[in-house]
Design a protein around this ligand. Sequence first.
Ligand SMILES: Nc1ncnc2c1ncn2[C@@H]1O[C@H](COP(=O)(O)OP(=O)(O)OP(=O)(O)O)[C@@H](O)[C@H]1O
Ligand SMILES: CC(=O)N[C@H]1[C@@H]2OC[C@@H](O2)[C@@H](O)[C@@H]1O[C@H](C)C(=O)O
Length: 376
Amino acid sequence: MSTDSSLFIGLMSGTSLDGVDGILAEFSTDGTVRQTLASAYIPFPDDLRTELMALQSPGPDEIHREALAANALVTYYAECVADLLQQAQVGADRVAAIGVHGQTIRHRPEHAYTRQINNPALLAELTGIDVIADLRSRDIAAGGQGAPLVPAFHRALFGSRDENRVVVNIGGIANISVLPHNSAAAVIGFDTGPGNVLMDAWIAQHNGQPYDANGDWARTGKVDAGLLKTLRDEAFFAAPPPKSTGRDLFHPAWLAQKLADFPNLASADVQTTLAVFTATTLADAIKLHAPQTQAVYVCGGGAYNHYLLTLLHYALKLHQADIKVESTAALGVAPNQVEALAFAWLAQRFTVREPGNLPSVTGARGLRILGALYPA
Ligand SMILES: Nc1ncnc2c1ncn2[C@@H]1O[C@H](COP(=O)(O)OP(=O)(O)OP(=O)(O)O)[C@@H](O)[C@H]1O
Ligand SMILES: CC(=O)N[C@H]1[C@@H]2OC[C@@H](O2)[C@@H](O)[C@@H]1O[C@H](C)C(=O)O
């Protein structure tokens, strides 16, 4: 490794609540990714998943339960770090910092707060590595949404001089980054609504599976136009960016309420409609805010749902016949590694005291250095 580069770890556990994705990568001082040395995924055990799900809404003794869940969470983060170091045969002393997102349990930018449960002090203690945490609060303090943060990284990693690109992340929630080929043009980005969160909840409720692998169940049903319209009528979709959302709005009880008017729908038809809902809300956002898009690159777990990608491609082709839809693997980064790499990048930005946000995305008053340091 040369003197103008350093190793960083990124840890992301997102709204799907399934586990933690980690990456160990080498960055140049200017933030360029030189190479990825290792990636790892540690699933959460069922009891932690259940508690993280319960903490998404108000409940008894929350402060105590949140603290215990944070301690438990960090043991899996530390396991992920150990796995990365072991795979790459790298000592903790060679890693400059860990960028750790934590687990979102509330996201209420309209009330000027967002909460990711975490115990970064414990992570520094367990790993012996500097930890950079709390990466959203400063943007919110500056009047921003605090999310999505990945567009700045998407621009750095995936921006092109030749092609108008959109990067789509389909996690629990979905978001887009609009990357015009003209680098002087502002990058915009925002959450478009549910990604997998409602499809995951529905298949878990009906078939006991954590997600609809490959979209195979959704593929068997029919779209219900009435339900689709009811879902799309939610005010969030018509609101202009900057905007962000989460499980605060799109939770199983929200879906149950919308379904109340459709008591006779077959469960597979609901799953199909939810897949079309995700695909069309993404496509609408791209058509309205990035009509010149030539290529769409998809990351996040939803990139592995072929049925969903087919629906997205179909919805976009109605607008522009020759639009490309591919996964970010076509640009050299596996779809399930992009978010963790973004948090490694944010840790690198903090370390060189460079901003991590994009005011054109979050609506913050200006560029801000994101995060707080817990020294090793
Ligand atoms: N093979 C697959 N087929 C279909 N869906 C899949 C597949 N693999 C992963 N997924 C979906 O991707 C989800 C996990 O995606 P990801 O890890 O990107 O979410 P996250 O990071 O938790 O969410 P967010 O980006 O909202 O924070 C799973 O819950 C599942 O719905
Ligand atoms: C508050 C919060 O955790 N938001 C997540 C969530 O998951 C996807 C979408 O909603 C995005 O806004 C964000 O995550 C990514 C990493 C981001 O900030 O860009």
